[in-house]
Design a protein around this ligand. Sequence first.
Ligand SMILES: Cc1ncc(C[n+]2csc(CCOP(=O)(O)OP(=O)(O)O)c2C)c(N)n1
Length: 667
Amino acid sequence: MTTPAIDRAQHERLANAIRSLAMDGVEQAKSGHPGLPMGAADVATVLFTRILKYDAAEPRWPDRDRFVLSAGHGSMLIYALLYLTGTPGMDLDDLKTFRQLESKTPGHPENFMTAGVETTTGPLGQGLATAVGMAMAERMLAAEFGKKLVDHKTYVLASDGDLMEGISQEAIALAGHQKLNKLIVLWDDNGISIDGPLSISDSVDQLARFKACGWKAERVDGHDPDAIEAAIRRAQKSSKPTLIACKTVIGFGAPKKAGTSKAHGEPLGAEELAAAKTALGITGGPFEVAADVLKAWRGFGASGFAERKEWNARLAALSERKRGEFERRLNHTVPAKLAKALVAHKKALAASPVTVATRKASELALEAIAPVMPELVMGSADLTPSNNTRTKAAEDFTPKTPKGRYVRYGIREHGMAAAMNGITLHGGFRTAGGTFLVFADYARPSMRLAALMGLPVVYVMTHDSIGLGEDGPTHQPVEQIASLRAMPNMRVLRPADAIETAEAWQIALERTDGPTVLALSRQNLAPVRTDGTATNRSAKGAYELLAAEGGKAQVSLFASGSEVEIAVAARKLLADKGMRARVVSVPSLEALLEQDEATRAAIIGDAPIKIAVEAAVRFGWDGVIGTDGGFVGMSSFGASGPYKEVYKHFGITPEAVVEAAIKRHNG
Ligand SMILES: Cc1ncc(C[n+]2csc(CCOP(=O)(O)OP(=O)(O)O)c2C)c(N)n1
């Protein structure tokens, strides 16, 4: 961005408009965080008046620079900026309804509520780690479509808390390793958190830490606009990602509270607010911005207009095919060929059934998917040979091979999950990453944000039960499946064989409004499906796999994943004893429970005896089997041993299922 030089006095008036609106917004809401917007107003003003490539009129312009407010508690900063720059939909009235129900100005920035907010932040560290994914996606997309279409930077405003959270280490290590030089982090280095001065809990040399992770790092006076600008310009030329520690005073301008934790998270109060405005030379009533200041801000907001028009012209000049593909990719439109490829794959599996672990079945499905889905970015938090996430033709994404679509995340589950959010938010890619299911807990805060934001990220989570055997209870998930099912908008699929795994991938990739966990087995599973039907039988969460023979079912057996074959064996044993049982495969319990009542009732059936089998805790199954239903599964942590013995040890066997059925039959 090239803009006329701004003198110090003008800069201060622009920055004070942010301070003023932030103070007023928080005061009106009677809650919120004035300290950060007041302290970081100079940094933000430099960014939005001298640096950022953006056109406020079109906050979704694909080639805009990204700005991530990682310290989401300082949300009034971004709302004030959106208003001042003239982003459509952000009016003074919106600032006046800060933190009110259904406002565009929620307590923490929510990208689905507010145009111009790049990502939802609030849990500290997430914005920074998400931005790493955005910067990765920018590089990947530029490598594919060229710099004329894709050439922007990712800026982050991070607070002390962002840098203290563990996820920041995973994020900065990954960014440093990938040499993401278009990622620039501005640290609001105010030395204050809620409990008081940072010195009571932290003594990390952040500059040294970032440098050790492969970053360029320097410190500037965060209230000196020219120094901030100069540091950013140096960062733009760096071959490494950059941290700029901007030394600031929290609550800058508030006579009594500035520089103290009192400015962090509560309204200043009428007296202090008035005194702050006087000290800063702000005149006018609440939410008033001097006309010339607003005009100047609006000018900066529109300064990217010409650049955006030129970009539009370049897009229009592309061949129809290339432009269509670029737009399809940005819109996350699922390729038409995907369903066909997966149906063909299912047909092939039906013709020559395979006994494989579902993690292997997932790899087989990926081999069918990858050629028709060039936007699919795979990766894994190490463990690639264990979770089978890498197809044969895949190339690693590295600084030298930006067209590579396989990301080596290292042993950083949390960083991976956050980066996947960033890749998805950036646009142009769908992404999936792998780890062991038990380590979903290490990735969970970012998975939760994916679910909240409705991002269609896929998690390939293998070693999904005690069936992993010898690694023992630290590695055997028992409660993770239930806890992930409990997360709103998270889809959990636990396929039973290779055909169901193909269906699970289809569901995950055709979903565009939320994330999906694929829970996959380590151990081999015999095929339970022999049909290669084009219908996705897993789509409703469950379906009757085997009907009862010889009359109405007396027993309904429900199972997911590796336990479906146990249910199938139990059905046979029950038949030998003269009892009629049906088997319902339940690849997604929560999807079944979300069906309308008639569909759900038809699938669940009315057999008097209902038994569920799943090598995990019972939590959630009562919705299918009732509180009086039988459950064959886990009620404790697992144990280390060969998996077949572990299954016997915990009584997850066809015989145990039969026993549970007979016990109920005999009353
Ligand atoms: C993961 C997480 N833990 C705790 C919080 C609650 N919280 C909000 S702000 C904050 C710390 C404030 O310190 P700092 O990051 O320096 O922000 P500043 O005081 O400078 O605004 C905390 C602990 C949070 N938002 N996210």
